[in-house]
Write a protein that binds this ligand. Structure first.
Ligand SMILES: [Zn+2]
Length: 819
């Protein structure tokens, strides 16, 4: 779903769903509604996305429309939707010619020239690991740049000489390199199912028993899903047959079916049936925590999302280029399915016309800031009276696959939209409504068809994001399996690669960082004592998830989780449908259940980190506990400048412009005094102004300091906490051997300078111009360059360590700091 935006509103929804408020006084309501919370801007619930939703959806078709992860309200360290998945692919890392000799001499070492990879890490000695990391860091630096003028260019100036954006990616950076390495490791883990089968065949006596166990085994299911995706001959042989069968079961697609009869068309039934495949089109429906009772899961409704990221793509002429690409995408897809070109063009125009009308009846994000106005807690009987054009009970009976009672309470966030939707449908030809609905579904289904369809999609990506070619098939398959069976993939991954030390070290660092935060709070003079106390309580109450959930280690529990999911080794198309239905069922059955706040919402093999506002919880999946963020043999300076800063960043989200509105239990609750709120805003205003001044000259756009403030606050806080924790550790260190290991002989830098260098190099990377333009329209994260320059130029200790004269670009007279 390319440029999809459903995620944007979904996020809002999620966010809403994660918010709980107790009884608000009028004052508090005013505060929350008008000044303080711009929920639409809350970066994410699940992803920070806005910005990247574009790429996300775009890229990660696998998490179709709404994956499990989507449900959770959380902020991420990097845009969640990013190049993840889509991206991965590519060619091998580029080595420069000078290195070819080294490559021949020592393949193993050559592998680590641009990054430390999973396989190599397991074969290198501690000294080799350290010296590899030192050499990688050295290669990316441009020492001709004065670190006091532009630390990003100093740290990353040579990065592009050694890495170029692979043609199948829209961006390339440290995270992408780590993902590539992770993908390769996952590919090996998911490819060994053939051996397993042979073993079963060999032993006839135990054959049947083992086969049965084999079929129930969650990890085998993940391997079979991967195999079915990789079996391209079979996919090509089956052609569009599975899609045709599916469309028939949904009542046909008028543009393909001459016999389609509008008398048999029931739009609500089709919408509900598509929801069962985890696609919510026209009506967004989900099950999540009630904002007024964060412990209870309830059914909630909101306005739709669209086939492009925001309604502006349909309504503003400045975006016409993207709308035309979308139109071509539709035309060519329909054409491939057998509709003659000119006719396909007409159908595409009708689909776009209907979607543009939908965009018109949707509310803009900036008009959705008042939660009290949007939130309606209502019984189905009452809802049916208010919006009689939609048979809510019938819809839910299909989606939930149970008898639904008219006394059941649901939450509606888009009453006006639903009323307008009924009118729009009444005024549209039924065939056009049906063509639109099925298109939105088919758009994703073509991912499960042959290359002709993938090429059409690639063309669309190229026009929208500049991606030059599709990722290799195996990369797409890894992405698909990891997104849809992430816990099973995670189990395979952690069993082979997870270093228990990383869990213990991360735990220690979290404690140290929290000590730093308390220290900072004690020194803070701009909030009053009462607010300080509640802030400390929230910090103490923050829960922590590191690596992976324990249940995945138990084969029995893991098999149980996926017991309702059926996977056939040769039927990729049907497997995907099964996954979608499984995801929907898992969600729908939560209705009426207690919200499980201890459950893991992220998969283990993911390169990112998260903070959940509704749970007051920080999460560090196993995938990020790797170089350059962490390695047990790295100097502490590198680990604190890497994963240490990430930890501090996530903790700080609990106290950024949105996080501070939630209490220690994750409920929306005013716990700050008016005085402290006022002071906080002053501090934040300084950062907003600072980031507003940063311009991306390549595309002539400025950063939105307001939208990115939460992330910028978190970056500053994370840096401060991690640096303090590192300095404390260093000051207590007396062992000369340990101290000797704190620096790299390859680099003429102090250990504290190394801390800053790793902090900076985490953000080395490049993005294609088209992708950058689209991303900037909605981004909540500042581009990497400015995350580095912005945070370090506010940090006195940085200037001290690099002797930056006051008034130099990295050491301005006026600095902005919240935490
Ligand atoms: Zn963040």
């Amino acid at each position: 779903m390319l440029c999809n935006c459903r995620i944007v509103s979904l996020i809002i929804v999620l966010l809403l769903s994660s918010i709980k408020s107790d009884e608000f006084s009028d004052y508090e309501n005013t505060l929350l509604n008008n000044e303080d919370t711009r929920y639409d801007n809350i970066p994410n619930q699940n992803s920070n996305q806005h910005g990247k939703c574009i790429s996300h959806n775009l890229e990660n078709e696998a998490i179709e429309e709404r994956g499990m992860i989507m449900k959770e309200a959380q902020t991420s360290f990097i845009p969640y939707c990013r190049h993840e998945n889509l991206a991965n692919n590519g060619q091998d890392l580029k080595f420069d010619p000078l290195l070819s000799d080294l490559k021949k001499r020592n393949r193993r070492m050559a592998d680590v020239i641009n990054a430390l990879h999973f396989e190599s890490m397991h074969t290198l000695t501690p000294d080799q690991i350290r010296s590899s990391q030192a050499n990688i860091m050295k290669r990316y630096m441009d020492t001709t740049v004065n670190p006091c003028n532009d630390f990003y260019s100093y740290a990353c100036g040579n990065w592009a000489k050694h890495n170029s954006i692979p043609s199948d990616k829209i961006a390339y950076d440290t995270f992408e390199i780590l993902r590539e390495s992770l993908d390769k490791a996952l590919k090996d883990l998911l490819s060994d199912e053939k051996e397993e089968r042979k073993k079963i065949k060999r032993n006839k006596r135990t054959h049947d028993k083992r086969l049965r166990r084999h079929e129930k085994n969650a990890e085998m299911k993940a391997k079979n899903l991967f195999q079915s995706c990789m079996n391209y001959d079979q996919i090509e042989k089956r052609n569009i047959e599975p899609l045709k069968e599916l469309l028939e079961s949904l009542g046909g697609w008028p543009l393909l079916d001459k016999n389609w009869d509008e008398k048999n068309f029931d739009w609500l039934e089709l919408v509900a049936n598509l929801r069962r495949f985890n696609n919510d089109i026209l009506i967004m429906q989900y099950v999540g925590a009630d904002i007024h009772n964060s412990n209870l899961n309830v059914i909630q409704f909101d306005q739709t999302t669209l086939g492009l990221p925001t309604r502006d793509y349909f309504l503003k002429t400045v975006n016409e280029k993207y709308l035309n690409s979308y139109r071509n995408f539709i035309t060519q897809t329909i054409n491939l399915l057998g509709v003659e070109h000119f006719e396909a063009k007409d159908r595409a125009d009708e689909i776009i016309e209907f979607e543009t009308n939908l965009a018109k009846i949707m509310s803009a994000q900036e008009d959705r800031t008042n939660i009290s106005e949007l939130y309606h807690n209502i019984t189905l009987a009452e809802l049916s009276k208010e919006i009689p054009g939609i048979d809510w009970i019938r819809y839910l009976t299909i989606v939930q696959e149970r008898v639904v009672d008219s006394n059941e309470v649901v939450i509606m966030f888009a009453k006006h939209y639903m009323q307008e939707l009924v009118k729009l449908i009444d005024n549209t030809e039924p065939a056009n409504v049906a063509n639109y609905l099925v298109w939105r579904f088919v758009r994703h289904r073509i991912n499960n068809l042959d290359n002709r369809f993938l090429e059409v999609k690639q063309k669309f990506y190229q026009e929208c994001f500049g991606r030059e070619k599709s990722p290799e098939r195996w990369k797409q398959c890894i992405s698909q399996v990891n997104s849809n069976m992430g816990m099973a993939v995670g189990a395979l991954f952690v069993r082979k690669y997870f270093d228990e030390n990383s869990k213990l070290d991360t735990l220690t660092m979290v404690r140290e960082l929290q000590i730093s935060f308390r220290e900072i709070l004690n020194e803070t003079d701009w909030i009053d004592e009462v607010t300080k106390t509640t802030t400390i309580k929230k910090l103490d109450n923050m829960s922590l998830k590191i690596g992976f959930p324990d249940f995945i280690i138990s084969r029995h529990k893991l098999d149980e989780k996926y017991s309702a999911l059926h996977i056939h080794p040769d039927k990729y198309f049907e497997n995907t449908l099964n996954v979608l239905k499984y995801i929907n069922k898992e969600e729908q059955k939560k209705v009426g259940q207690h919200v499980n706040k201890t459950i893991w919402q992220t998969y283990p093999a993911i390169v990112n980190a998260f903070y959940s506002r509704s749970k007051n919880q920080i999460m560090f999946p196993a995938g990020i506990l790797q170089p350059p963020f962490y390695h047990r043999y790295f100097p502490k300076s590198i680990n604190y400048g890497g994963i240490g800063v990430v930890i501090g960043h996530e903790c700080t989200h609990g106290f950024d412009d949105k996080g501070r509105l939630f209490d220690k239990d994750g409920n929306l609750n005013k716990v700050w005094s008016d005085y402290s709120i006022k002071q906080f805003r002053e501090k934040a205003k300084c950062l907003i102004k600072q980031f507003n001044k940063y311009t991306l000259t390549e595309i002539g756009q400025s950063i939105d300091g307001e939208t990115t403030q939460g992330e910028n606050i978190a970056d500053g806080g994370g840096l401060n906490q991690a640096y303090r924790a590192y300095t404390r550790w260093l000051n207590n260190q007396r062992d000369p051997k340990v101290l000797e290991h704190e620096v790299f002989p390859e680099l003429n830098l102090t250990s504290k300078q190394l801390f800053f260098l790793n902090f900076g190099q985490v953000w080395c990377g490049e993005i294609r111009e088209e992708a950058n333009k689209n991303k900037m329209k909605t981004a909540v994260h500042s581009p990497g360059r400015f995350r580095v320059i912005g945070a370090l130029s506010n940090f006195d200790e940085f200037s001290k360590e690099f002797n930056c004269p006051i008034g130099s670009p990295m050491n301005p007279q006026n600095k902005c700091k919240v935490w």
